[in-house]
Design a protein around this ligand. Structure first.
Ligand code: ADP
Ligand code: MG
Length: 250
């Protein structure tokens, strides 16, 4: 018996103004797997994550979430999106709302969850990301690392089948990167299913089940980290890794 992946991307094509940004991407994320997207700036990593989250219209291809074709226009995109959580590079917390309200806003306002229930759930989530004491703080009183942990808590609000993380440590001061990656590692250890773009190669090497190297909107190579990062088959992967090493990111 083969186990169905949580996410299957098939032949995904996305263009902006005639520029093919994703050029037929195929990708699977199995249950409890951490799949790490690497690739040069502009290779299409963010576009891929945004397409998976149905924040963009696809030009071609299919997205299957637990076998459901969520890219079918007849599928309710809002419902599909609720089965995923997404966190972006820049903190997207609402500055005028407390940490607690940031987390409970969508459940209460969009999904009609009663305040008491939403609050209890948010407090549990804050406990999970180690920020119980910050429930009533405003985002500008938190460090960048703490803000990203709140954003992760918010993304976990619906117990997502799939967590999408787009370079969530890139905007952080170096000393704050560790606490956010430690949280991702913990979520992975708890059986989370994660598709993430990152430049943190050390993290990818330790935590990824699979690394996908994307270049010019196409998957150049994919495999376990020790293979893709340690013994890449393709010249383009080697060149990219060399540049990353030269930049001191490995
Ligand atoms: P990455 O995340 O790997 O750096 P992106 O997915 O952000 O790459 O971008 C891939 C390409 O798509 C880039 O050339 C970028 O300029 C282009 N692009 C991304 N979003 C848009 C958009 N909304 N409109 C036009 N071009 C875009
Ligand atoms: Mg990006």
């Amino acid at each position: 018996m083969t186990v169905e992946p949580v996410l299957s991307v098939r032949g995904l094509v996305k263009s902006y103004d005639g520029n093919r940004v994703l050029d037929g991407v195929d990708l699977d994320v199995g249950e409890h797997q951490v799949v790490v997207l690497i690739g040069p700036s502009g290779s299409g990593k963010s576009t891929l994550l945004r397409c998976v989250n149905l924040l963009e219209d696809l030009d071609d291809g299919r997205l299957l979430l637990d076998g459901d074709d969520i890219s079918d226009p007849r599928h309710d995109a809002g419902k599909a999106r609720r089965r995923m959580g997404i966190v972006f590079q820049a903190f997207n917390l609402f500055p005028h709302l407390s940490v607690l309200d940031n987390i409970t806003l969508a459940p209460r306002e969009v999904h009609g969850v009663p305040r008491k229930e939403a609050t209890q759930r948010a407090l549990d989530l804050l406990d999970r990301v180690g920020l119980s004491d910050k429930a009533n703080s405003y985002p500008d009183r938190l460090s960048g690392g703490q803000q990203q942990r709140v954003a992760i808590a918010r993304a976990l609000a619906y117990e997502p089948r799939l967590l999408l993380l787009d370079e969530i440590t890139s905007a952080l001061d170096p000393e704050l990167v560790g606490e956010v990656l430690a949280l991702v590692r913990e979520l992975a250890g708890q059986g989370g299913t994660i598709l993430m773009a990152t430049h943190e190669m050390g993290f990818a090497r330790q935590v990824a089940d699979q690394v996908v190297f994307l270049d010019h909107g196409a998957v150049v190579e994919t495999g376990p980290p020790e293979q893709v990062l340690g013994d890449p088959r393709h010249e383009r992967t080697r060149l990219f890794l060399r540049r990353v090493i030269d930049a001191g990111r490995i």
